[in-house]
Design a protein around this ligand. Structure first.
Ligand code: AKB
Length: 321
């Protein structure tokens, strides 16, 4: 167990945070990782937990000092679909939260920052297949605009103030331990729950909407991997392209049918379709592989097997098939 670091995860009860805290605690010990969210959650029963409003820099500073925090993972953000409903607040949350954390590193109160970016930094004019690290971006959602601006600020803080900030452009993330929180790719989690619960699913994206996706164990491996890599290997201080899978609702439904033959899917695209249509279909992450050895492990079949096996196990008490 490594005891030299004291880590704060902000937004720890969300989709990524839930699994990240668990994994970080395996490395740094329960007391080495402080979970925090805007309100108290079940996570508070599992180890140190603080209520933090990331928009309140004084509240954040006080907690960082009290726990002698050395690294912050800033996961609190409003995702693509929810952000479109409240663009101004989404901008404030996504940007002010980032500045508050970057400033702690600028003042050398903390030494390392992790901040997630997203495939949402790309837009309708971006090449859709195998989207390169450096290309036209022009995001069309407020979430994407905030992530692109955030990337620029991360690089700026690195160049001007020597802030050790690291970041990944996450694709859609799929996991069985936690629910997704207001994104366009959320269907790829909901579909598993509905397949097991009711045997059918109405998808809010059209059947051939292919998007870049990733199974949560790969996303956690990448997140901890980039944070643990030697600083000189992290040559990109805006954010790295990260890729694993690419699939459409039709592709994933076909995989699920291998486990639940009677499963049926219908399609009723809503406003999220336009967001999905503006994003890449697949991502080139060869630079991440070259710089800090990124490699994904799960393909679509392995992910589907693992999701179904674990959801069945964890939901034994519910009426899962
Ligand atoms: C979303 O759909 O908004 C997120 C993302 C791709 O960043 N999952």
């Amino acid at each position: 167990m490594r005891t030299c670091e004291k880590i704060l995860v902000i937004g720890s009860s969300g989709q990524i945070g839930t699994e990240l805290v668990e994994n970080l605690r395996n490395i740094y010990g329960i007391d080495g990782v402080i979970a925090s969210d805007i309100k108290i959650t079940e996570q508070a029963k599992e180890g140190p937990f603080e209520v933090i409003d990331v928009l309140n820099s004084q509240n954040l500073l006080e907690i960082v000092k009290r726990h002698n925090i050395s690294q912050v993972y800033l996961l609190a953000a409003m995702l693509s679909a929810t952000a479109e409903k409240n663009p101004k607040f989404a901008w404030d949350l996504n940007m002010i939260g980032l500045f508050n954390v970057l400033d702690l590193a600028k003042e050398k109160i903390i030494s390392k920052v992790y901040w997630p970016s997203s495939i949402a930094v790309f837009g309708p004019n971006t090449p859709k297949q195998n989207t390169p690290q450096y290309t036209v971006m022009e995001p069309s959602t407020v979430y994407g605009i905030s992530k692109q601006a955030g990337e620029r600020w991360c690089e700026y803080y690195f160049n001007k103030y020597n802030v050790d900030v690291r970041s990944l452009r996450y694709p859609g993330l799929i996991g069985w331990k936690s629910a997704p929180g207001g994104g366009t790719t959320d269907y790829a989690v909901h579909i598993f729950h509905e397949a097991l619960k009711t045997g059918s699913y109405e998808c809010f994206l059209s059947e051939n909407t292919t998007l870049p996706m990733m199974y949560m164990p790969d996303a956690i491996k990448a997140t901890i991997g980039i944070m643990e890599a030697d600083a000189d290997k992290i040559k990109i201080r805006s954010s790295y392209n990260l890729s694993s899978l690419s699939f459409s609702p039709k592709d994933i439904a076909t995989e699920i049918k291998k486990h639940i033959p009677e499963f049926s899917i219908s399609y009723k695209p809503d406003s999220r379709q336009q967001i999905a249509d503006s994003w890449p279909k697949s991502i080139d992450s060869s630079i991440a592989s070259e710089h800090w050895n990124w490699k994904s492990e799960f393909d679509l079949t392995e992910m589907t097997n693992d999701m179904i096996k674990n959801l069945k196990k964890s939901k034994k008490s519910e009426t899962y098939k």
